[in-house]
Design a binder for this molecule. Structure first.
Ligand SMILES: Nc1nc2c(c(=O)[nH]1)N[C@H]1C(S)=C(S)[C@@H](COP(=O)(O)OP(=O)(O)OC[C@H]3O[C@@H](n4cnc5c(=O)[nH]c(N)nc54)[C@H](O)[C@@H]3O)O[C@H]1N2
Ligand SMILES: Nc1nc2c(c(=O)[nH]1)N[C@H]1C(S)=C(S)[C@@H](COP(=O)(O)OP(=O)(O)OC[C@H]3O[C@@H](n4cnc5c(=O)[nH]c(N)nc54)[C@H](O)[C@@H]3O)O[C@H]1N2
Ligand code: SF4
Ligand SMILES: [Mo]
Length: 717
């Protein structure tokens, strides 16, 4: 398949390894939860005589609409991947050169346990920090807490949804949740800022947007690029990059100026309306037009559309929110606009998520840690509600660094932390222990002292899925296959380490099935039942929305929705979002825009043989005017250069009007440098390494990635 060619998911099943139809053998199915991204769709793995046939969605799973996306359908490629980590590896020096040698599990775990004991004795257990992403990390969090450390950080916060969670938290006292609590299926007006749903393939969300479109929703998409949802929108607002706060303030201006906001809701539930009205007075559509390029009449018309459909209007909170460094404030502006529309916890706006009360297996209390993650960067980012990865990395460099050891689970920091440069090498040199738990020889494994090969999601038990959602449910992940090679499930690795650290009291189960069985028994189910059905749905106990006029105590200091944030003011931040224009782009440079593509999840699927076949490389979107200026044609390969002098891998050009002449666009996750990822190594370009101008959000530490610029380096292509 050529670059950029598309294929239906059905193609995947006919692809390299999965057979198109079962023959005469015995067909069995095993329930699973997809781990190809974090949406956690439930599915069934079908086998014929113990050989993979296919994976499909679990029809009882309301969370995924009973379907898997393209990536999930190709998920078994993760299991089949020939480049998987096969044995524990330990750093060794051979002929004066650093390399890795194979080790037994016992040897590798003994080494780690000895280092953990030494860190605990000399510096304290809190100096060992976990940097993690993904559901399987729960086993290692448990281990670390038993050991005495609750230090941890995940890129899903400071490189992703952190500003949104903090912005919504400051305003409503609660986050927008993951999965997002947007009630899009019932919306009559949906507003997307960025949020390229359709390319961003979070399954349930794509389906509810499609459902809304079938019901003739008014879709308003604000995106400088003609994204997939822009193509389905009644209004596409091709905004000048980095000016969204101005637009949001202008929309609030119109709602207040034209008396279109929900007066009852605002009076009943909010504080600070007077201050807000005064604050947005100067953000007139005429003034904001000069900043955003969105015409005053379009700003007014779209604001009126939102008001007309309210409260069944949702201004989507987005997910990847780390853009320009003022991201908590942008997210606050989104939250405030929703408050003016009265859409928070109202039908067609947002719903109130609910989960099952699933008892924890009885275990001894964890020892109380004496230090928390944020002690590593005192005084910084006062509203960070989770550990900040970039803060943790900085606090791991140097002989007197705060952290002494890392346990890295399921995150590929060289591609994930923008502009990380040489910091990882410096941290790895300073740290006494770097353990990487991985399925693949990712770039991160190159920095490890010990690499532990975890088996894939299709070969293991993990915790039950119990996400706060519209429909409460639990779902089971269980092994469909024996672990390949010498890989092991995370729960097993954590338990063995626990044993070596004399923490057996925290791991009383023989295996993880026993632990899950106990939990299921408490809620009137059983492992046997779940092994049959995979997903169990429960009735809600609480209402989905606020009842009309119901008194509500929000979890903010004022117990109200805070349009004016005293909390922010007290820490010296703007109590209401203020617009600052983005830095101009010098001649010959272009904004580096990036996002998702349907066939891949970041860099974690690019070596998956099934998904590689669908999309082997990323492409660089270039406007025809720019292409003309640089004599580029679709199909040419170019390299990009950053102002810091970094030159990218070569990337294939796609000339298209869908991107403006001020920017270029590519999907994140390509340009792998690890040669052991044999399929994907060298294919496409990596946006991360081109990012030298990272804008850190002073409120919560998020790394704004969108202020980066690039130029073409043609001669080296
Ligand atoms: N297929 C697939 N789906 C995924 C993922 C994946 O890896 N693969 N990852 C998942 C994860 S973890 C996340 S966080 C989400 C991320 O997905 P989203 O939350 O949708 O990401 P955004 O950054 O909001 O959206 C990217 C869009 O923002 C536009 N944009 C760029 N600059 C600006 C600007 O200044 N203003 C405005 N209004 N728009 C701008 C870009 O052109 C692009 O269309 O996707 C999720 N879904
Ligand atoms: N430049 C740039 N940086 C970004 C983004 C961007 O768009 N551009 N997006 C940001 C966003 S929104 C997010 S959420 C983060 C995501 O950042 P990460 O979560 O770091 O995403 P990946 O780079 O895919 O790394 C995941 C790693 O987990 C490994 N893995 C997969 N399955 C398993 C498993 O079952 N067990 C274990 N132990 N490991 C496994 C994979 O092999 C892979 O190396 O990146 C952020 N950083
Ligand atoms: S959205 Fe796709 S990749 Fe993500 S969990 Fe669901 S099926 Fe898997
Ligand atoms: Mo993300």
């Amino acid at each position: 398949l050529g670059a950029g060619a598309t294929a239906s998911p059905a193609f995947l099943l006919g692809g390299c390894a999965a057979k198109p139809m079962p023959g005469a053998g015995v067909v069995t199915s095993t329930p699973t939860i997809c781990d190809i991204c974090f949406w956690k769709c439930a599915g069934h793995v079908f086998k014929e005589d113990d050989e993979l046939w296919k994976i499909t969605g679990n029809e009882d799973d309301l969370h995924s609409g009973g379907r898997l996306c393209t990536r999930g359908t190709g998920g078994p490629g993760a299991y089949l991947d020939k480049d998987r980590l096969k044995k524990p590896l330990m750093r060794a020096t051979v002929d004066g050169k650093q390399t890795f040698r194979e080790a037994t599990w016992d040897e590798a775990l003994e080494y780690i346990a000895a280092k953990m004991r030494s860190i605990a004795e000399t510096a304290g257990p809190e100096r060992l920090v976990m940097i993690n992403h993904g559901a399987g990390s729960s086993h290692f969090r448990h281990l670390l807490r038993a050991y005495g450390s609750d230090s941890r950080a995940e890129p899903a916060f400071a490189q992703c949804r952190g500003p949104r969670d903090v912005g919504f938290g400051l305003t409503f006292g609660e986050s927008a949740s993951s999965p997002e609590r947007t009630d899009m299926a019932n919306s009559r007006c949906i507003v997307l800022l960025g949020s390229h749903i359709g390319e961003n393939l979070h399954n349930g969300q794509v389906q509810t947007l499609a459902e809304a479109l079938n019901k003739d929703v008014t879709l308003i998409t604000v995106d400088p690029r003609f994204s997939v949802p822009a193509g389905k929108s009644k209004y596409w607002l091709p905004i000048k990059p980095g000016t969204d706060i101005a637009l949001l303030l202008a929309w609030m201006h119109v709602l207040i100026d034209e008396n279109l906001y929900d007066k009852d809701y605002v009076e009943r539930y909010t504080v600070g309306f007077e201050q807000l009205a005064k604050h947005v007075r100067d953000y007139t559509p005429e003034w904001v037009y000069l900043e955003t390029g969105i015409k005053p009449n379009v700003i007014r018309e779209t604001a009126r559309e939102m008001a007309k459909a309210a409260p069944a209007t949702v201004v989507h909170p987005g997910r990847h929110a780390t853009w320009y460094g003022d991201d908590t404030q942008r997210s606050r502006a989104i939250a405030m606009l929703n408050a003016l529309l009265g859409s928070w916890n109202r039908k067609g706006g947002f719903f109130i998520p609910e989960k099952i009360e699933l008892p924890n297996y009885p275990l001894p209390d964890y020892p109380a840690p004496k230090l928390k993650t944020a002690d590593a960067y005192p005084g910084k980012w006062p509203f960070a509600s989770q550990g900040v990865t970039n803060g943790v990395i900085d606090a791991s460099i140097g002989d007197d660094a705060f952290f002494k050891g890392w346990l890295v689970y399921g995150t590929n920091l060289p591609q994930t932390i923008p502009g990380i440069g040489s910091k990882l090498a410096k941290a790895a040199n300073s740290l006494e222990l770097v353990v990487v738990v991985e399925t693949m020889p990712s770039e991160m494994t190159g920095y490890a002292d010990v690499i532990l090969p975890e088996c894939t999601y299709l070969e293991r038990y993990d915790d039950l899925r119990n996400s706060a959602e519209r429909h409460p449910s639990i779902a089971l992940r269980m092994p469909a296959f024996e672990p390949r090679y010498d890989s092991k499930p995370g729960w097993w690795i954590a338990k063995q380490l626990g044993h070596k650290l004399e923490l057996d009291a925290y791991f009383p189960w023989k295996d993880y099935a026993e632990k899950i069985e106990w939990q299921l028994q408490q809620i009137g189910s059983s492992l046997q039942e779940m092994q049959q059905i995979g997903v169990k749905n429960f009735d809600r106990k609480t209402p989905l929305y606020f009842r009309d006029g119901e008194p509500v105590r929000f979890r903010t200091p004022s117990r109200k929705i805070e349009l004016y944030s005293k909390q922010l003011a007290e820490k010296g931040f703007d109590p209401m979002p203020v617009y600052t224009p983005p830095e101009p782009v010098p001649d010959g440079f272009y904004r580096l825009n990036y996002g998702r593509m349907p066939a891949h999840t970041f860099g974690k699927t690019t070596n998956n043989p099934l998904l590689f076949e669908l999309a082997p490389e990323n492409q660089l979107w270039v406007n025809p005017l720019v292409a003309n200026e640089w004599s580029l044609q679709s199909g040419d390969y170019v390299r990009l250069g950053s102002p810091a002098g970094v030159v990218s891998n070569k990337v294939r050009v796609r000339v298209t009007e869908r991107i403006g002449p001020d920017s270029v666009f590519m999907a994140h996750g390509f340009g792998h440098k690890s040669k052991r990822l044999r399929l994907t190594a060298g294919a496409g370009a990596d946006d991360s390494e081109l990012m030298s101008n990272v804008k850190v959000d002073p409120i919560m530490g998020g790394t704004g990635m969108r202020a980066n610029i690039v130029t073409f380096v043609k001669e080296r292509a």
